[in-house]
Design a protein around this ligand. Structure first.
Ligand code: GLC
Ligand code: MG
Length: 252
């Protein structure tokens, strides 16, 4: 056995929010914790949640203390339990990032409903957008943002959440920042997810990927269009699917 870098989304990947219970979570926590102690495996949680909503989940679920926490869809990286985002990462995101202009352009679309204040972050502007309106609104908004030469990327998840973040940021690029910092090869890295904002984790390189059995259709569709032998589609849900995938790749 050797150490590996374990990166997982939280909602409906590590923990159940909408699809059942957390039966397999204690077993997965135990396996990962033991691996960390014995081999130096690193554990990273990567979520769309802000610090406020992450703390809420921490109070509800049995989470481990991760070696790094990636919050707000990859725009904030917290190392070793600190409360201050890594400044090296913030510096990579800041050139040409302009929240105010994004807000004023987006304000022209009545279909975009602002998410709560806690989810508006220094490098993330977030809205709710109904699925049936998205096919029309997203291309228009994207074209307008590009025309204004803003440093942005749109990430749409779960048929409702729209995040606007810097172009150089997403869960995938944040994961690679940590992978390079800690010197893990792509083959020694495994990423796990269930929805649209996790596509970046699977798409950025050839890290091992686990798609949990309850994945959302936007991720399954992307997976079908971009098949890869270093990606595993589990049949079990959430933590159970992660255990299945870790065994499949021989990490455990
Ligand atoms: C989390 C965040 C929300 C974001 C969504 C998708 O639910 O709270 O702001 O839009 O993840 O990334
Ligand atoms: Mg999720």
């Amino acid at each position: 056995m050797t150490k590996f870098l374990f990166v997982t989304d939280l909602d409906d990947t590590l923990v159940h929010r909408t699809v059942g219970d957390d039966n397999a979570l204690p077993e997965l926590n135990e396996l990962l914790n033991r691996h960390r102690q014995e081999y130096g495996t690193k554990i990273v949680y990567s979520t769309g949640r802000s610090p406020v909503l992450y703390k809420e989940l921490q109070a509800q679920k049995n989470l481990l203390q991760p070696d790094a926490l990636v919050l707000s869809v990859g725009t904030e990286i917290y190392l070793d339990g600190t409360d201050t985002p890594d400044s090296g990462w913030s510096e990579i995101l800041s050139p040409e990032w302009d929240r105010e202009t994004i807000l004023s352009l987006a304000g022209k679309y009545p279909e975009l409903v602002r998410q709560p204040d806690s989810e508006q972050r220094p490098f993330k502007v977030s809205f709710f957008l109904e699925q049936d309106l998205s096919a029309n609104v997203l291309p228009q908004l994207e074209a307008q943002l590009q025309k204004s030469k803003l440093n942005v990327k749109l990430i749409y998840s779960s048929g409702i959440d729209l995040d606007i973040v810097p172009h150089s940021s997403d869960k995938g690029q944040a994961m690679q920042f940590l992978r390079q910092k800690w010197k893990f090869a792509a083959e020694q890295t495994v990423v796990c997810g269930d929805s649209g904002n996790d596509i970046a984790l699977f798409a950025v390189g050839n890290e091992r990927g686990i798609i949990v059995g309850n994945a959302r259709k936007e991720l399954l569709q992307w997976h079908n269009e971009h098949p890869a032998d270093y990606r595993y589609l589990a049949s079990s849900f959430c933590a159970g699917g992660i255990i299945e995938g870790l065994n499949y790749f021989g990490f455990l």
